[in-house]
Design a protein around this ligand. Structure first.
Ligand code: MG
Length: 281
């Protein structure tokens, strides 16, 4: 694998064959996937998935956890429903995340990822509970030889950095999504990337425009290069922090427009990789 292979975020549902054929056509050689539900994590499904990805020449780099009951309807709903933060579902979701870690090991992949939920350090009790649960997940993943990648954006980089130091586990890492910082109004993505750079082990190449009232309402996710991230500066900053790894395009729409936007994103990244790193991806 070269230093900056192109990747895409791929959902393994009925549309998987089509998505893999698009990836192959575009020369995308890595993918992050959303873990299938429990019924799709049997050994038979593991073999089928491994075969499909191998035939497409696509290496899975991170398996993301999603949980029943999560909703991204608006920012307050995200606070209430996402990840391991909501207390009512925490124990059950930790079990699910451990099971996904076991599935990930069976798939031969060395990283799981998740939105842990909105980290709030104003409430010391809730904050320390979240530290404890993050340690439990990291320790389980470590037993499977894996890192745990937390997706950025739902809190400021300062809070995230404090959380990483407090959890204090060597296999805890960051999946840096610059667009999320804008979508959630959590701060300027480039300074944030510099601040947490030492922990960044994977990235989402995604773009967005700021909301009129950042943090109160969603910004708008847009095709790569059309938003406020500044992709050239993003890649330049990845170079600055010494990042080596896949450039995983995420476009959170579906259908033919998604495939067209990913194709344009691939072209943009190829030219920027050449410009910033002086090499072909
Ligand atoms: Mg993302």
């Amino acid at each position: 694998m070269n230093s900056f292979p192109l990747g895409a975020f791929i959902i393994c549902d009925d549309g998987l064959d089509l998505r893999l054929s698009v990836a192959r056509r575009l020369g995308i050689t890595t993918a992050q996937i959303l873990a299938p539900g429990p019924d799709g994590r049997t050994s038979g499904h593991v073999q089928t998935l491994q075969l499909k990805f191998a035939q497409a020449g696509v290496q899975i780099t991170v398996v993301f956890c999603g949980f029943a009951g999560e909703s991204y309807a608006d920012i307050p709903t995200v606070e209430k429903t996402i990840g391991l933060v909501p207390e009512a579902t925490r124990a059950e979701r930790l079990r699910e995340a451990r099971s996904i870690s076991d599935f990930t090991r069976a798939m031969g992949v060395d990283a799981i990822g998740l939105h842990i939920g909105v980290i709030r350090d104003e409430d010391p009790v809730a904050y320390h509970q979240l530290i404890d649960i993050a340690r439990q997940l990291c320790d389980h993943a470590a037993g499977n030889g894996q890192r745990v990648h937390l997706e950025t954006g739902q809190e400021s980089a300062t809070t995230l950095l404090r959380f990483f130091r407090d959890v204090d586990r060597p296999n805890l890492a960051i999946n840096f999504d610059p667009a999320n910082m804008i979508l959630y109004g959590s701060g300027e993505p480039i300074p944030a990337l510099r601040l947490v750079g030492e922990y960044v082990k994977s990235v989402h190449c995604k773009d967005a425009k700021w909301a009129a009232q950042p943090g109160l309402e969603w910004g708008q996710e847009v095709p790569l290069g059309h938003g406020d991230v500044n992709m050239e500066l993003f890649l330049g900053t990845l170079k600055e922090i010494g990042y080596v790894g896949p450039l995983t395009i995420e476009r959170e729409i579906s259908g033919e427009q998604q495939a067209r936007d990913i194709e344009e994103g691939v072209k943009l990244l190829r030219s920027l990789v050449k410009q910033v790193w002086g090499q072909s991806e």
